[in-house]
Design a protein around this ligand. Structure first.
Ligand SMILES: [Zn+2]
Length: 430
């Protein structure tokens, strides 16, 4: 008979708060720090810390102990406990005890060396044949011997078939823990949809001058603006194109209409005799919602460009297709003249381009009264211990780009890890 197996390796899925509540249903005095450590250490090793907690529930009788091992040993899985007279290892702290247990599981389930920067605290790590038990169900007869109740079953296999081995009992506990987790109660939030429309594209290059091609420049500005809006505000940013493709004008409008967009912003550059910045709304809508939003976007942009010496050509109306055919408020930005000597120098300056994207993003945010992401950038509900640990990296100067805060559970790319190590090294040397 095939026995379902549950891998030991993997990121914990159950939050520490849920683990604590689960244990406290039986042991009200349970220390939440233990659950936090199972989650944190498990995350560092890629070991299911949430299931490891269930192993400890099984080993310690719901953290009430009462066997050979005493609570003050911080030993939650009977490591080194062999019988009367040998109550097993005592660990200095909760963190060390949990780390030893996670390391012991890691020894069983993986052949990899300890993760970088980790110190070995499991006294029995080297006694394990590395990687011999990748699943919880494989631990019967290994971590626990015999790993089943001899008074009930004639063999480990018989106990396994009945679902009563050491590992299977742990997995059953975990299933109860997982069932106790609050159901994700984040109903789909209807974020306001803002459409950014990069003018031209594909076979239609748009205006050209001073080696600036309109279709390339509008797309670049759209991508910068989208990224800023997404990172700073609760908004659903959508693009009519994100690559160098031709999209007919009616299709741009119908995409936005179909999405039920709240605002449509078209990015263009001017050419053919003139200089400066101007913006357009559909004819007759200067006094309506489009015009009110235009005021805020236009003013935000001129607040940047004015001091740079850019001419303000004004807030205008025109019968442009994308403005006419979109059913929501819309604006078309003519971001300087590509064939004007003064304007083109600004357009080719990456700092100005980023500042312009920022001015557009902030103008759109003001016009739409967008809600900022929480000030530091962490997703809602990020636990304090994660925030504190990450903030420490910023306080030390090891991380500087706040964008990392938006994904506290995502792995860092290699180059970012390298950067952190370089900065750490430089700090230690100085
Ligand atoms: Zn254009």
């Amino acid at each position: 008979m095939a026995i379902a197996k549950t891998p030991i390796m993997g990121q914990p899925l159950i939050q520490p708060d849920t683990m604590t509540k689960f244990v406290q249903t039986v042991s009200p005095a349970f220390n939440p720090e233990i659950a936090r450590q199972f989650y944190q250490v498990g995350s560092r090793y890629g070991v299911r810390g949430d299931i490891a907690l269930c192993q400890s529930i099984h080993e310690t009788n719901w953290f009430r102990f009462g066997g050979l091992v005493k609570p003050e040993q911080n030993n939650y899985a009977g490591i080194g406990a062999t019988g009367p007279g040998n109550p097993g290892t005592t660990f200095a702290t909760i963190a060390e005890g949990v780390t030893a247990q996670i390391q012991h599981l890691y020894a069983y389930a993986s052949k990899a060396p300890l993760p970088n920067g980790e110190k070995l605290v499991d006294p029995r790590f080297t006694l394990v044949t590395r990687g011999i038990a990748p699943n919880w169900e494989d631990l019967g007869g290994r971590w626990a011997v015999p790993g089943y109740d001899r008074s009930k079953f004639v063999s480990l296999q018989a106990a396994m078939d009945a679902g009563e081995t050491y590992g299977q009992k742990i997995v059953k506990l975990y299933q109860s823990l997982a069932a106790s987790a609050p159901k994700p109660n984040n109903p789909p939030v209807n974020l306001p949809i803002v459409v950014l429309d990069a003018g031209h594209g594909g076979t239609d290059p748009g205006a050209q001058g001073y080696s600036i091609v309109e279709k390339e420049s509008t797309l670049d500005l759209v991508m910068r603006t989208a990224s800023l809006l997404r990172s700073r505000y609760k908004v659903d940013v959508r693009l009519t194109r994100s690559t160098d493709v031709f999209v007919p004008l009616p299709q741009r409008a119908s995409m936005a209409n179909g999405w039920g967009a709240a605002y449509f912003v078209s990015f263009h550059h001017n050419a053919s005799g003139g200089e400066g910045f101007e913006s357009f709304v559909y004819s007759g809508t200067r006094s309506a919602a489009s015009g009110q939003k235009q005021n805020m976007v236009h003013d935000s942009i001129m607040k940047l460009l004015g001091p740079l010496g850019v001419a303000n050509r004004g807030k205008k109306e025109a019968n442009f297709a994308v403005l006419r055919e979109t059913t929501m408020p819309s604006v078309l930005l003519e971001n300087l003249f590509v064939d004007n000597a003064f304007d083109s120098v600004l357009l080719k300056n990456p700092t100005v381009r980023q500042d312009l994207a920022e001015a557009i993003a902030e103008g759109v945010a003001a016009a739409m009264a967008l809600t900022p992401n929480n000030p530091a950038g962490y997703p809602d509900g990020t636990p304090d211990y994660k925030v504190q640990a990450i903030e420490w990296l910023y306080d030390q100067g090891f991380l500087t780009d706040p964008v990392w805060k938006q994904q506290p559970n995502a792995p860092l790319p290699l180059w970012a890890e390298a950067l952190i190590l370089q900065r750490l090294y430089a700090m230690l040397k100085s």
